[in-house]
Design a binder for this molecule. Sequence first.
Ligand SMILES: C[S@@+](CC[C@H](N)C(=O)[O-])C[C@H]1O[C@@H](n2cnc3c(N)ncnc32)[C@H](O)[C@@H]1O
Length: 352
Amino acid sequence: MDSTPLTDVPAAPAPRAPRRRLDRTGPFEVGDKVQLADTKNRMHTITLREGGEFHSHRGVLAHDALIGQDDGIVVEDSRGTLYQALRPLYADYMLSMPRGAAIIYPKDSAQILMWGDIFPGARVLEAGVGSGGLTTALLRAVGPEGSVRSIERREDFAQVARENVETYFGAPHPAWDLEIGDFQDVALRLAAEGPVADRVVLDMLAPWECVDAAATALVSGGVFLAYVATVTQLSRTAEALRAHGEFVEPSAWESFVRPWHLEGLAVRPEHRMNAHTGFLITARRAAHGTRALTRFRRPAPGSQDAAELDHPDNEGFGGSEGVWSAEDLGERGVAPRKIKRALRDIRQGRDR
Ligand SMILES: C[S@@+](CC[C@H](N)C(=O)[O-])C[C@H]1O[C@@H](n2cnc3c(N)ncnc32)[C@H](O)[C@@H]1O
């Protein structure tokens, strides 16, 4: 047996992260995005170009002072202003990327990856794509062995998403497929010959309309997850999952992240926080053809009452039968000029 002490064995070099545009480490290169923070924590994001310059009201910083340098160095502009230079993290990119539709915030995408059980190699079916924020998180989690098939009904949003995702990864992602259409139609077509998805992730106004198609596309034991903004959407999704019969009892929650102020002895919660973003609801798919065991519970009086659900106060939320409109659920339209501005900003490498 080899008795060489382990301390004498040279350590194996740590494997390097794949060198994709933002998903990588190493010295700064031309084309990289770099975040510059001054001593007041004012942030500027630049995209490195040979001979490029960053101008602020304070002075000028040559991009060449960063190219080839280590991530995390401190640089000085022509007037002596110091900047901490760092490659943006995924969460930084997500919060600043140009958008048409509202994105899912990092605190929620973190929950989605964990409780949606998005594993390396998973086959994920996602809708809608919106600005591509969550898509990027899903692609990072499934890795090169997995796949993300995204379905978006609006061509203009799909274009913003495609450009955001490709900007993040620096090229079209080999595990990503984006299709224009309604989830209900596309998922059923994809699953014509059998289930195709380990996980279904929905971020849209009416996920309850997609429950049947999701059940067809999901493998037995797969996970359904939806992100919704309002209680009425949450309730309708839960009831649709129960009514389907082949989903195990759904669970729902919301998360709050309260940032803290850290300064000497003044360590306390920040005064402000984003109190509400959305709710998450998940349910496991029972084996195909198997009715899921339901938990015995006595319904709360009135909770299933058609007369109550159809009361005029609930108009617009559909009650048991009715229809809903996007405005009923608090969605505001997105003006075409907002989409044009988002595309222009992505192409110019600008952050918001
Ligand atoms: C809030 S956005 C999604 C944002 C996205 N998760 C992100 O992080 O950037 C909702 C999107 O769902 C799309 N959508 C709504 N219903 C849909 C359906 N049934 N099938 C496909 N897309 C749908 C809308 O067009 C919209 O782009």
